[in-house]
Design a protein around this ligand. Sequence first.
Ligand code: F6R
Length: 366
Amino acid sequence: NLCGFPHFMLKEIQQQPESVQICLAHYFHAISEPLLSVPVNLNEVHILACGTSYHAGLITQHWIEQLVNIPVRVRSGSEFQEAPLPMTANTLTIGITQSGETADTLNAIALDKQRRLAQSEVFQPHLLGITNQPNSALSQRVDWTMPTLAGTEIGVAATKTFLNQLIVCFYFTLELALSRQAISPETVQAYWAELSTLPAKIRAVLQLETQIKPIAQAMINQQHCMVLGRGINQAIALEGALKLKETTYLHAEGYSAGEFMHGPIALLDERVPVIAIAPTDSTHAAMIANLRQVKSHGSPIIGILTEDVPPETASLFDHVLILPAIADPLSPILSVIPLQLLAYHLAVQRGLNVDKPRNITKTLSE
Ligand code: F6R
């Protein structure tokens, strides 16, 4: 049921304040009485996932490494089968999959489990699944399941399920950090206070839609586009480019802004717009320096920022989208939304079937 929306993708983007609220309410109760008994002797985390869920894995890697201070490796389910990661008896493996049925992720999880069973003397059954379908095949293969509670997602492009994956992964990071005394209960409380502001802030970001439609219009005939981010928003650059590719068929590339300078910048000219995710955090100054180079090659720049830019940098941007301020680690939860809306409006303006793009299905099961 579209409930008056023209497409499921737009409905699901617009549902995000509510779906995040439901997820926060569920996990808020859990923080004082943890849902999982996470083994405190963990010494590393592996994350196995594909597509948008893989990008949630990259953000989770950043969170766990920075807040818990243990190493995390993220591998695409398909690659893991070719080259399994070395693991120890105290490695936790997390499978992230919206559908819980993606064959590449399930096969990677099965291989991980098989390797643990072969070493049953010492290896713990440390397998956690994060999924929107708690009765899926994934849940049967893992030791614990954390539901993402986003409700049914019909549009092929993952939107609200991605945001809820991030909420669950951040909750998990806090729980792990707390259990290892890597952060104080006061810091956890402060993050919860920030998380509770998300539904209102997501609503504010959704208001940017009126500014995003003309940006989509300006991009209607473009063949290529670059999406740049630094730090934790590098994964959002990848996710934004994936949303653009799959729904609009535009050739979009997501890059770390720093890495982009090492060659790919040669692709730029006035026909290649650049979308820059540049919140006012520790990466901002380096990002602005990169964008000065981008501008010198003539590319139009769309800035996703957290504050009005000072006059000396304002001339860099052809369009500016301002996000509400949020604690730095949580910025991906807001910065992805303008990219979802841009992908949606560009696809619609191009006359494409945004809910069912060509060549792909919602779930790549066996
Ligand atoms: C992108 C998209 C795909 C899925 C990927 C994994 O919008 O929907 O990239 O994210 O196929 O699917 P799940 O999360 O169901 O394992």
